[in-house]
Design a protein around this ligand. Structure first.
Ligand SMILES: [Zn+2]
Length: 83
């Protein structure tokens, strides 16, 4: 079973973004963009983790952390050594 993540087109970010659910004042589910937190009206597309990465999202260490480690390929091992 593949993990899937809810994405949708965010007009404000002008790109495909991850979304999350909030409950509005009526108790209705509302989707929001994880980047700008604005409501997302576009249809949700469920994608795999690899597809989420292709939209610029990362799991685990953030890209900035990798830059500090000096590893540019995101191997995930450099940060463990912490140098
Ligand atoms: Zn957005």
């Amino acid at each position: 079973m593949e993990a899937s993540f809810p994405t949708a087109r965010c007009e404000r970010c002008d790109k495909t973004v991850l979304t999350y659910v909030v409950l509005d004042e009526q108790g209705e589910e509302s989707r929001r963009c994880v980047d700008c937190e604005s409501p997302v009206a576009a249809a949700i597309q469920w994608v795999t983790a690899d597809e989420v990465r292709s939209h610029g999202y990362y799991f685990g260490a953030a890209p900035d952390d990798r830059a500090v480690s000096g590893c540019g390929n995101g191997c995930g091992a450099c940060s463990i050594r912490n140098n």
